[in-house]
Ligand binder design. Sequence first.
Ligand SMILES: NC(=O)c1ccc[n+]([C@@H]2O[C@H](COP(=O)([O-])OP(=O)(O)OC[C@H]3O[C@@H](n4cnc5c(N)ncnc54)[C@H](OP(=O)(O)O)[C@@H]3O)[C@@H](O)[C@H]2O)c1
Length: 272
Amino acid sequence: MKISFIGAGSMAEAIISGITHKKIINEENIYVTNRADDMKLSSLKEKYKIQTTYEMKALLSQTDIVVLAVKPKDAEEALFAIRPFINPTTLIISVLAGISISYIENIINNPIIRAMPNTSAAIGKSATAITYNDKVSQEQLHFCIKLLSSIGNTTIVEEEKLDAITGLSGSGPAYIYYIVEAMEQSAQEIGLEKAMAKKLIIQTLIGAAEMLEVSEKSPEDLRKAVTSPGGTTEAGIRILDNKQVKDAFIHCIKEAALQSKRLSQINKINQL
Ligand SMILES: NC(=O)c1ccc[n+]([C@@H]2O[C@H](COP(=O)([O-])OP(=O)(O)OC[C@H]3O[C@@H](n4cnc5c(N)ncnc54)[C@H](OP(=O)(O)O)[C@@H]3O)[C@@H](O)[C@H]2O)c1
């Protein structure tokens, strides 16, 4: 099995890190290229013992999988560059936000899997959504799931759900970081030392996330269970309710999903 990465940025590195650590594909069969950043390629070669090249033929000949990991604006150029070197059954896995399967099919009519990971891929904890066209074989799909499971968990979805997923879990880590910013600032303002506050906040998040995973109770029930009348949590939550924080979050996720849709539309129009 040979895999070739087009693009050597943070998302490509996250996947390379996952598949080398989990030994899903041998290092000698993992190839990567970028546009011009030789230093980055050298560092990937050194760190993961993989193959790097600017020779399209060496990169793509007899490859089973091409992972497209360039910025969306560079998609067209990258697709035209690889087209002459791949065969019709080569699986294309695209992680590009806002680039549809039909956009790729218009240039390369191959088996295509679109994946929407998030930034937690870098530590193997991505929530990755996957969709695919009808040229993808069951074998290719299963292998791709194995591959992407090395950077977190995967969920198969219909392509039209991807904008919503981008707004929810694609951008999701940033929403949590935003809450942590507020928790850190308030910790300082109520007299807690920064390093200690950070440790407490992180463990609080991990504990709450794991509780959500293992408990049969809904988030609302879990919250109510720790909110006793007249207590501290109730006093805090009252402020969140007064400031309509839940509504703001709902609005935030809907807006992010809408923005994903708008960006996808722009890519579609640019291709016409
Ligand atoms: N980062 C995330 O958390 C995340 C989450 C979900 C989806 N994604 C998607 O992942 C994709 C990559 O994101 P990233 O953060 O990894 O970007 P990045 O760090 O900017 O990396 C982009 C890479 O693409 C290379 N490149 C550009 N044009 C090329 C071409 N024609 N041929 C070969 N290589 C080319 C660049 O090479 P040079 O450096 O030499 O220019 C660079 O190595 C994006 O489309 C994004 O939508 C990212």
